[in-house]
Write a new protein. Structure first.
Length: 256
């Protein structure tokens, strides 16, 4: 069953077409990795799915994606989109994920706080639960944002660059957890790390203004070239480094 369907979706910013004529379906138990160049439209695709950016075309949500008026989509934004000057603790960040269910003015129940603390414990940051967001590390805030995305038990989980600012140990734990969560929810992960993401997800979605879905997590260099997707080559040696192949005609606009 499809939870979400996009038909002929276009997104434009000040006359620039960020996404053109996108058709995409997200079904139960899908585990999709979204890749593409900077400025190619990955974040615009996520915003169209969330309904936070104007678009033309159609975005259809299945009834199963709702609990009453609440839409069961968990979203973990890029950490750069979060205002760290806002006076809120990590615990309050996680609890804010229940606002669609509880309402903005409703008091949180004891069970809500217990669930939030358990999520923070699972993420390894329970001791920082009452610390202000401006006083914790980027990795700790990233983990709290993941807990916020999960607290309302979504049917669809969307993560935008979830491994930024986290160490290798938590990155592995994150992907292990996502594999388990995929048994009960669809997952979409936006990432620039092709090597890691292809070893975790079930299928790949390439985004470069147009969207191409590969019914596999294995991509050849030729496929990436054909769809103008980024090719990342990591080399090792005395000075380990990464080589990024040039994107033909790629100009990086302000909006992705």
């Amino acid at each position: 069953m499809n939870l979400l369907t996009l038909r002929d979706v276009c997104v434009a910013y000040d006359g620039y077409e960020a996404l053109e004529h996108v058709d995409l379906e997200i079904a139960e138990r899908d585990f999709l990795g979204v890749i593409g160049p900077n400025g190619g439209g990955k974040t615009s695709l996520v915003k169209a799915i969330l309904g936070t950016v104007p678009y033309t075309g159609e975005v259809w949500y299945a009834p199963e994606l709702f609990r009453g008026r609440e839409r069961l989509i968990g979203y973990m934004p890029q950490i750069s989109d979060f205002d760290r000057a806002f006076p809120i603790s990590l615990l309050e960040v996680v609890l804010s994920g229940l606002q669609g269910h509880r309402g903005f003015r409703s008091r949180y129940a004891k069970s809500d706080r217990e669930k939030a603390l358990q999520l923070l414990e699972n993420a390894g940051i329970a001791r920082e639960a009452h610390h202000p967001v401006g006083e914790v590390s980027g990795g700790q805030l990233q983990r709290a944002l993941l807990c916020r995305a999960l607290i309302a038990d979504p049917r669809l989980l969307i993560l935008d660059e979830p491994t930024n600012f986290v160490d290798n140990k938590f990155e592995k734990a994150l992907y292990d957890m996502l594999r388990e969560l995929n048994d009960r929810m669809a997952i979409v992960v936006v990432s620039h790390d092709i090597g890691t993401i292809t070893s975790v997800v079930k299928e790949i979605v390439c985004v470069n203004r147009h969207v191409h879905r590969h019914r596999s997590n294995i991509l050849t260099e030729e496929q990436l070239r054909n769809y103008d997707c980024p090719i990342q080559i990591v080399t090792h040696g005395t000075v380990p480094h990464t080589v990024l192949e040039h994107h033909p005609g790629d100009c990086c606009p302000d909006h992705e």
